[in-house]
Design a protein around this ligand. Structure first.
Ligand SMILES: [Zn+2]
Length: 141
């Protein structure tokens, strides 16, 4: 018996307002929405975060994203749409089953904010080049 909230929604042991389901993924309405139409897309297989996803699972999940985005666009004609995916509590993850938020945006006063101050002085171009080299070396494995 899973203790994962999203696995319970997949199993049907707790209700969820499911809007899409196939063999690999489920999409359902967020119960704490930022805006009308805010929904979540998740893999059916329990994966805690992006680090646990296989490339196939990620591909299957994201392959549905344009269809869901266009359904939201057709339904609401929002001014914008954010796709947001958090990994770890420091990044704002609250439920530890991978999920991608689809957040239709109607104006910039809906309470959702995602801003930052660019670290131009702390991260000059030569440091960015060093960082890029470090990441590149990890991708070559
Ligand atoms: Zn789960």
């Amino acid at each position: 018996m899973t203790s994962c909230l999203f696995c319970k929604i997949i199993e049907g042991s707790i209700p969820g307002e499911i809007i899409y389901e196939d063999d690999h993924v489920v999409a359902f309405m967020d119960i704490g929405p930022v805006s009308e139409g805010h929904l979540l897309l998740i893999p059916k297989t329990h994966r805690e975060n992006i680090y646990d996803m296989t490339e196939d699972e990620a591909a299957r999940l994201f392959s549905v994203a344009p269809r869901i985005a266009n359904a939201l666009k057709e339904e609401f004609t929002p001014a914008g749409l954010n796709l947001l995916q958090n990994n770890g509590s420091a990044a704002g993850q609250a439920v530890y089953h991978f999920h991608m938020h689809f957040i239709p945006r109607f104006d910039q006063t809906d309470g959702f904010q995602f801003t930052w101050d660019p670290k131009v002085e702390e991260l000059p171009q030569d440091r960015i080049r060093q960082i890029a080299e470090g990441i590149r070396s990890k991708l070559q494995n």
